[in-house]
Design a protein around this ligand. Structure first.
Ligand SMILES: Cc1cc2nc3c(=O)[nH]c(=O)nc-3n(C[C@H](O)[C@H](O)[C@H](O)COP(=O)(O)OP(=O)(O)OC[C@H]3O[C@@H](n4cnc5c(N)ncnc54)[C@H](O)[C@@H]3O)c2cc1C
Length: 571
């Protein structure tokens, strides 16, 4: 890897596979603009791009390089929803408002997809689908989440049984899952670099190596001081994430930094496609562990171990080998060739901070582990608020700027995460043992067969076929799949790859038009956007194998909120 790139972006697989991008010079002269955006992560880039597209002049200041932190280092999952548990969201603002917010979150993800397509962004490689898998066999809890997502929020999601999950993820550590067919994953650094180029083409002036050192937000024209020059602008947008500290200490104190680690393995060859027959993104925990996906065809990108007190990325990532082996022992020892860390920012309430904090001073921050769709929401809403007086951003007003607790807050958060992870690990061990006993008890019956004749033994997971019904995108089936004597469970299977390099060619209805925020705004129960997502759900559920009944979505019943972060949230 180019040492200069490594210095700017860390020793990440993203940096090693980044598209060529220009280095932008620091600001060396005073400049006037309609809007000054501070921070060139995805929040700042999207905001600047959208403001320029609406015809206003924008200066974007970046202390280091475009997307050098979270935006260029994350796991690349583009998901609907927020870091906040949907049930907590409903509890706070009611079902109608929560549905509107969920619709915005889907529009945020769809925006990313649209930007990739419309600007023909190179090296982003979107792949469809997200499986949120249970390893603790919590069917009741997952059923409740599904009810809320479908019944209350109109989300495009379906329930998968344990057998469906194990057909694509050959691991007896896993049980049922929620499947989000409209989610996808991307090469996040290439997306950010491509977005920066598109923003410049739209007229944004980006200055790297230019920290904003001071702001005078009073008056109609605000002043931003940098080491060598000043910017004067009618509006200032603060999109500095956890690095904003010195510039706005009071605002920075409302954001809790959380560092997470990512490793990418050496190429694993066919053994990877034999273990993982799903080309989308996968999460197997409600908390910081583990999120993974296949990259480069046969490498595994593995993300986890969130902490408020960062350590050495190489040391942490070397420990991922044991976690991988616990889920996919058939892979054998794996070597991580790339290891890096990134830091995201959370508000205490786990919703993003999007809005105007004083006249002409805007904040876009605290996106947590859901930043790929929510930075897109922030950029679009703030751009429209500034240029068109649109007030959709007020949907986020119920979530105030709240002090994150300083060092004490981080200690408490760290302790909570450790307890949760520990509890989840124990629950997972028990669930696995119960399952092994159940399967062992069922084995003699299976062997005898219904008519008493000998039947072949059930396949081991590492021989399982790469076939199921449903709308999942598959990676190329391994040789075991080709040798499977059984008829395919879905008419769509013919040994072909379900990977979708052209992305978007698969006939799944588009979520609400990414660029038409008014549609998302109008999306309320019975409104325009809701039936579209329900259509997706029904279509996919109908395609299941007949012998695999879907987890039914039933009307949600009220439940207590214990503050835990449920599925489709809490990343
Ligand atoms: C390991 C990891 C995995 C993640 N996985 C996912 C995922 O799979 N899906 C998902 O949706 N989200 C994920 N996230 C979260 C997501 O990456 C972030 O929420 C999102 O990128 C935040 O974007 P941002 O623009 O707010 O911040 P950043 O990307 O941190 O950008 C902020 C920028 O502001 C600049 N800046 C700060 N202060 C100043 C100043 N005074 N002057 C000039 N510039 C300044 C910084 O230099 C920085 O470049 C993950 C995060 C991490 C760390």
């Amino acid at each position: 890897m180019d040492e200069r790139v490594a210095e700017d972006y860390g020793r990440s697989w993203y940096a090693a596979t980044a598209i060529a991008a220009p280095e932008r010079p620091p600001l060396g002269f005073d400049v006037d603009a309609d809007v000054c955006v501070i921070g060139a992560g995805l929040a700042g880039l999207t905001t600047a791009f959208e403001i320029a597209r609406l015809g206003w002049s924008v200066v974007l200041l970046e202390a280091r390089r475009v997307a050098w932190n979270a935006s260029g280092r994350n796991a690349g999952f583009v998901l609907p929803g927020f870091a906040c548990d949907p049930a907590v969201m409903i509890e706070r603002v009611g079902a109608v408002q929560a549905r509107r917010l969920w619709s915005l979150s889907e529009a945020g993800a769809a925006y990313v997809r649209t930007v990739i397509r419309e600007n023909a962004l190179a090296g982003v490689e979107p792949r469809r689908g997200w499986l949120d898998v249970s390893k603790i066999d919590d069917l009741g809890e997952m059923q409740e989440t599904l009810n809320i997502l479908v019944g209350e929020l109109g989300a495009a999601v379906e329930g998968w049984s344990a057998d469906q999950v194990r057909e694509v993820l050959r691991s007896d550590a896993y049980f049922h899952a929620l499947h989000f067919p409209d989610a996808f994953h991307i090469h996040t650094l290439n997306y950010a670099l491509g977005l920066a180029a598109a923003a410049e083409a739209a007229g944004v002036r980006i200055f790297e190596g230019t920290p904003a050192c001071e702001i005078d937000p009073a008056g109609v024209r605000k002043r931003v001081t940098t080491p060598a020059a000043k910017v004067r602008a009618g509006h200032v947008v603060l999109a500095g994430n956890v690095q904003l500290g010195a510039l706005m200490p009071a605002l920075a104190a409302t954001v809790m930094p959380l560092t997470s680690y990512i490793g990418v393995t050496a190429p694993l060859g066919e053994r990877l496609s034999e273990a993982i027959g799903y080309a989308g993104a996968i999460s197997d925990s409600r908390y910081a562990n583990h999120h993974y996906r296949v990259v480069d065809g046969d490498r595994l990108l593995w993300c986890g171990e969130g902490t408020c007190f960062p350590g050495d990325a190489r040391r942490v990532v070397d420990g991922f080998g044991a976690a991988v082996a616990a889920v996919f022992p058939q892979l054998g020892p794996v070597e991580f060739t790339h290891a890096w860390a990134g830091t995201m920012g959370f508000a205490i309430h786990r919703m993003p901070q999007i809005g105007e904090i004083s006249p002409g001073l805007w904040v876009a921050g605290a996106f947590g582990g859901h930043g790929l769709n929510t930075t897109a929401i922030a950029g679009n809403l703030i751009a429209r608020a500034i240029v068109e007086n649109d007030d959709t951003w007020r949907a986020f007003e119920p979530w105030d700027l709240v002090w994150a607790g300083g060092l004490a807050g981080r200690l408490v958060q760290e302790a909570r995460m450790r307890v949760r992870n520990r509890r989840e690990a124990v629950e997972a061990r028990f669930a696995r043992r119960r399952d092994q006993k159940r399967r062992a008890a069922a084995l003699p019956l299976y062997r005898r067969g219904e008519d008493g004749a000998d039947a072949p033994p059930p396949p081991a997971w590492n021989e399982a076929r790469a076939v199921t019904g449903g709308g999942a995108e598959r990676s190329t089936p391994g040789p075991a799949a080709e040798h499977d004597p059984r008829p395919p469970a879905s008419a769509g299977y013919g040994g072909r790859t379900y990977a979708d390099p052209s992305f978007g060619a698969v006939a799944v209805p588009e979520p609400p038009n990414a660029l038409d925020w008014r549609r998302a705004k109008a999306a309320e129960p019975g409104g325009a956007a809701a039936p579209a997502s329900r259509r997706v759900d029904e279509r996919l559920v109908d395609e299941r194998p007949a012998d695999e009944p879907p987890i039914e979505a039933r009307p949600a019943r009220p439940r207590g909120v214990d503050g835990r972060h449920g599925r489709a949230g809490g990343r």
